[in-house]
Design a protein around this ligand. Structure first.
Ligand code: PEP
Ligand code: MG
Length: 374
């Protein structure tokens, strides 16, 4: 957990008087959330939940779940993760009390939970008291040619709904627990890797039904928001439909850059320096938001989302979110907030204030995009 010295805090509080775009933090752990809070982030804009499935003996539970035969068996195994996830979320809600916490549902290919080496597979077969062939068959069945374009995000949420159901229950039970301690909780649930309206509808039906169940079991009521990540080009292009079931859109610029360029975010490093040297790309688009291409999709997605639902909340939560150029762009497009790593929050607050002040002094808008007309 990091803190700011008092004079810088004072400077930032002055800057906040000028700032006209929100700044939240991406935070997955209580320590990150505490840093975000110390840096006066206005909420958590992205809590990635994947790492939570690797802690302690949770990996073993996930592996058991992967080998469970039926939905009921999966549910029974996932029930063991429920109290841990409830605690994960309750901690974040308590630290960020009074401010929104946006939790992204599980977004990871299941094969990442299985060992690829023979020794690991033998150990796993022993642990699960299964023949080795059952393990190797499952590894084979789950392996994909293009995992980043495959069974991840909402696709998994639809194919294996028990994981999202467990997470939704954990979130709602945590909301009820923390609210019972007199704290104000503003939960948001975010669905990753959307590309079609029906995906949102299917998940919304399930999440709403879990919310109703928890409310009646615990005798409480609570409000929450459901929204989506826009990280496929199709989600940006169809944002007017997608917002029928989503009250917020948050652009994931890591995947959106990957998919817009058709360029693997994990492999681009191999030739990026050559590309930049030869002037093919001005800069590495994974480091500097590509305003011409990816930015165009951001502008289109925001405009179409608002056309479908005028009060939709629009934000960016990919790695670019804290940079001055991205903040300038998001301001010009009327985004509600940016979300960035907790350590970038102070500079993001300062940049946002500078941009607002610059506009006041020069009467100039930030970088408006031609896509504003869409
Ligand atoms: C993104 O794709 O920009 C994003 C925020 O999600 P992740 O980096 O976890 O894929
Ligand atoms: Mg992503």
């Amino acid at each position: 957990e990091a803190t700011l010295d008092a004079s810088f805090q004072t400077l930032l509080s002055w800057a906040d008087d000028f700032r006209d775009i929100g700044v939240r933090a991406n935070a997955d752990t209580p320590a990150d959330a505490q840093t975000a809070s110390n840096f006066a982030a206005e909420g958590i804009g992205l809590c990635r939940t994947e790492h939570m499935f690797f802690e302690g003996d949770r990996l073993g539970v996930m592996r058991e779940m992967i080998f469970a035969e039926t939905a009921d068996d999966r549910r029974a195994v996932l029930d063991r993760l429920l109290p841990m996830q409830r605690n994960d979320f309750a901690e974040l809600f308590a630290i960020m009390q009074g401010r929104p916490v946006c939790i992204r549902l599980f977004d990871m290919p299941l094969h990442e939970f299985l060992p690829y080496d023979k020794a690991g597979q033998r150990d796993l077969a022993e642990q699960l008291a299964m023949p080795l062939t059952a393990v190797t068959d499952r590894v084979q069945a789950l392996s994909e040619y293009n995992p980043m374009l495959g069974m991840r995000g909402v696709r998994q949420g639809i194919a294996i709904p028990e994981i999202y159901e467990m997470q939704a229950r954990a979130i709602f039970e945590a909301v009820a627990d923390v609210a019972a301690r007199g704290l104000v909780v503003q939960p948001e649930i975010m669905i990753p890797l959307i590309s079609a309206m029906r995906e949102v509808e299917l998940i919304k039906v399930r999440v709403d039904s879990v919310a109703r169940a928890v409310q009646s079991e615990m005798g409480v009521t609570f409000a929450f928001k459901l929204g989506v990540m826009v990280e496929t080009p199709r989600a940006a292009l169809r944002a007017q439909d997608i917002v029928k079931h989503a009250s917020f859109l948050s652009f994931g610029t890591n995947d959106l850059t990957q998919m817009t360029y058709g360029l693997s975010r994990d492999d681009a490093g191999r030739f990026m320096s050559t590309y930049v040297q030869q002037g093919v790309y001005e800069e590495d688009p994974f480091h500097t938001l590509d305003l011409d291409g990816v930015g165009e999709l951001l502008a289109i997605g925001a405009a179409r989302g608002r056309a479908g639902r005028p009060d939709v909340v629009v934000s960016i939560c990919g790695e670019h979110g804290g940079t001055r150029a991205a903040i300038g762009f998001c301001r010009a497009q009327g985004f509600n907030y940016v979300s960035c790593s907790p350590f970038r929050v102070p500079l993001a607050r300062l940049s946002a204030a500078q941009l607002a002040l610059e506009e006041r002094l020069t009467g100039r808008e930030g970088q408006a995009s031609p896509a504003l007309q869409h």
